[in-house]
Design a protein around this ligand. Structure first.
Ligand SMILES: [Zn+2]
Ligand SMILES: [Zn+2]
Length: 252
């Protein structure tokens, strides 16, 4: 009986590729068609040990990038699943701006399953999603980072806290701003409501996209001020900005 119902459900709701919508085969663990999956640029070594930006040159292995050498970073490490382009970009847009929460749950599982170079989620004690301002939350109806963080917290049985770190200032969307403006835009935007919930914790801060790192770095600064033992950053996507990021291995 169950198999008849499952079979019926497959006819009525066939699995479709998250990004292009093509009907998928009977394997329910797949969410992307072969073409869309093959377009995902997964982030691998060599990369910056700290911010996780991948280097184009395979020489030199993992090392600290020029930007991390010269700028103040409050997180210990940042890692991402894939580059913010093609399939990942499409999927994030459908999820975040198209309100497709089911896609967010699939992307969250992708984040939870990915083998990050030199980063082990199990070493941490608390997961915190990058918060939205209440006004933005009302507009969107959900916090995309919370949907992603939920999947990671579930997979690793880690505590999730989405109330202590708050966004107190409704800033301009970062997407409209350049590198320096982004940093200024988020300054003082976050606060911790109860320091005792943060003190001594090793935190994985989850966000959807890492662009210049301004948002997650400001969150990490506030969490560190509240005596977090460590803050690591995990994002689904990594936007690459060749103009603003420098790779010392490429400068040689
Ligand atoms: Zn597809
Ligand atoms: Zn770096």
């Amino acid at each position: 009986m169950k198999s008849i119902l499952t079979g019926l459900a497959d006819v009525i709701f066939p699995g479709r590729c998250v990004t292009c919508g093509v009907v998928l085969g009977p394997d329910k663990t797949l969410h992307f068609c072969h073409t869309c999956f093959s377009r995902i640029n997964f982030i691998q070594s060599p990369l910056c040990n700290r911010c996780g930006i991948p280097f184009n040159s395979p020489d030199g292995g993992d090392h600290i990038c020029g930007d991390c050498l010269t700028s103040e970073t409050y997180f210990s490490v940042a890692r991402a699943v894939g580059r913010y382009e093609t399939t990942i970009l499409d999927a994030i847009h459908r999820f975040k701006y198209g309100g497709k929460i089911a896609i967010g749950e699939i992307l969250g599982r992708l984040m939870a399953d990915f083998a990050y170079p030199a980063f082990d989620i199990q070493e941490y004690s608390l997961i915190i999603p990058a918060p939205l301002h209440p006004k933005r939350l009302r507009e969107r109806g959900f916090n995309q980072s919370l949907i992603l963080a939920l999947a990671v917290s579930k997979r690793f049985s880690l505590a999730l806290d989405f109330t202590t770190l708050k966004r107190r200032i409704h800033t301009k969307p970062q997407v409209s701003l350049g590198g320096k403006e982004r940093k200024v835009n988020v300054q003082g935007a976050f606060e911790v409501s109860e320091e005792k919930k943060i003190r001594g914790k090793s935190i994985v801060l989850v966000d959807d996209v890492y662009t210049t790192g301004s948002t997650v770095n400001e969150c990490a600064r506030v969490l560190t001020k509240s005596k977090a033992a460590e803050v690591a950053v995990l994002t689904l996507a990594r936007a690459l900005q060749p103009d603003s990021r420098s790779d010392i291995s490429d400068q040689r």
